[in-house]
Design a protein around this ligand. Structure first.
Ligand code: HAM
Length: 427
């Protein structure tokens, strides 16, 4: 019996028939995102994929969907409860505290990319293992940190040529403001018992804010008239949100205030945001994030402000595929040995690699030249050259440009071939 991948977990391969799960697309995306984040001073960190379960329970919140029903939790051989990380922020904060950075270098700008795991019902754009590119900016409370992050993100989408994305922005205020709002919302919902969805009615006392992101028609009908959280914010939170909005206006970054944006993780305070697009269907959030000034303290560190985001790589790749298609990335040079000269072909490939990091494939399959050339074409190689008896003797060969089907004589040295296949040398 064939073993199959776990439902909701994908392979990303060079030949993927589902275009957005294509290696070339992911490599391009990762490289642009990395360069972009580094250009804003973020440094790459790698944190474990597995953490103590308690980290997420305390960090993300026991009452959230993620913690209450979506975590992959297991006991290790020593009986400890471990969990595959459902998101990156809690682990980053744990690392920040564990290494004592709040003492030595409290301002840290970190980015990460890697797999996250949530046992959600799989559907288009929603997977059980998915990848995030994210960044966390720790140690700065100023609204300029929030605004700069949003400016960076809108530039990133621009660089990736992803259009049609809306920035939705909200503020959840500090915990005291949010508590005051929760009471107001509870009173409003209580007054409408009987007209609300069953799920909302069940959660009125435990988690009334969930009403705000309900998509049930009954709840939708009552959202417009619901109290607005901005009316419950204290002076500091109001000033913070005003400053963020002011900086975005100044930078001419369009955004929509969305009073229903509450996010699915408990650690947020003040600014929250999401970039969404209709091009993705039901799973419309490309990225999300916000400020979480209480999390470091909640996880055992000193009070430390922070703000961050995470983007879904699959969703970014889907959008990229729509605009640029699936890129073909065959080798720069395909070397076809003939007359048993595979040794000379391998040596020549290494000689070229010494000049530049070209992708070179030697056909070591021992098949006929015609079949090798067919494969070179199929995989999208840019150039091909046959190395046989005559080529080895004369140290010259015919380099075929497979793009324009032209042939040029070249010396069989690493330097000469490297120059001949270098796209910047082509006229
Ligand atoms: P999140 O909104 O849960 O936030 O996830 C961020 C992004 O990850 C989403 O906008 C979406 O693109 C992608 N994503 C989430 N779940 C799935 C899934 N099941 N399948 C595919 N893609 C998914 C966080 O994770 C926070 N840690 C973000 C953050 C960082 N806040 C502050 N710092």
């Amino acid at each position: 019996m064939k073993v199959q991948a776990v439902k909701g977990m994908n392979d990303v391969t060079p030949e993927s028939e589902r275009g957005f799960l294509n290696t070339t697309l992911w490599q391009g995306l990762g490289a642009i995102a990395a360069e972009h984040l580094e250009s804003y001073g973020f440094r790459h960190v790698w944190a474990p994929v597995v953490e103590p379960t308690e980290l997420f329970a305390r960090g993300i919140g026991e009452g959230t969907d993620i913690v209450s029903k979506e975590m992959y939790t297991f006991e290790d051989r020593g009986g400890r409860s471990l969990t595959l990380r459902p998101e990156g922020t809690a682990g980053i904060v744990r690392a920040y505290i564990e290494h004592g950075l709040y003492r030595s270098a409290p301002i840290q700008k970190w980015w990460y990319m890697g797999p996250m795991f949530r046992a959600e019902a799989p559907q288009e754009g929603r997977y059980r293992q998915f990848y995030q590119i994210g960044a966390e900016f720790l140690g700065v409370a100023e609204p300029a940190a929030d605004a700069e992050l949003l400016m960076m993100l809108s530039k990133l989408l621009e660089r990736l040529n992803i259009g049609g994305v809306r920035l939705r922005l909200n503020s959840l205020g500090d915990p005291a403001s949010r508590d005051a709002y929760r009471e107001k919302l509870k009173a409003y919902l209580d007054a409408h018992r009987g007209d609300l969805s069953e799920a909302t009615e069940r959660r009125i006392d435990a988690n009334p804010l969930r009403f705000l992101d309900s998509k049930d028609p009954k709840d939708l009908a009552l959202k417009d008239a619901a109290p607005d959280i901005l009316d419950s914010l204290n002076e500091r939170s109001t000033a913070h949100f005003d400053a963020v909005r002011g900086l975005l206006d100044e930078a001419e970054i369009p955004f929509e205030r969305d009073k229903t944006l509450v996010r699915g993780l408990d650690y947020y305070s003040d600014t929250t945001f999401e970039f969404t697009t209709d091009a993705l269907g039901a799973q419309d959030a490309v990225l999300g994030g916000g400020r979480y000034d209480g999390l470091v303290e909640q996880l055992g560190g000193p009070a430390t402000p922070a703000v961050g985001f995470a983007a879904g790589v699959e969703r970014l790749a889907m959008l990229l595929e729509k605009t640029m298609g699936v890129p073909k990335a065959g080798p720069d040079l395909y070397i076809v040995p003939m007359d048993g000269h595979v040794g000379a072909a391998l040596a020549l490939a290494d000689a070229v690699r010494e000049w530049a990091p070209f992708a070179i494939e030697v056909d070591v399959s021992g098949r006929k030249v015609k079949a090798s050339m067919k494969r070179a074409d199929k995989i999208g190689a840019r150039h091909a050259i046959v190395i046989g008896e005559q080529e080895v003797r004369t140290q010259r060969g015919n380099l075929k440009d497979l793009g324009v089907s032209s042939t040029a004589e070249v010396l069989l040295s690493g330097e000469a071939l490297a120059a001949a296949i270098d796209p910047s040398e082509e006229s």
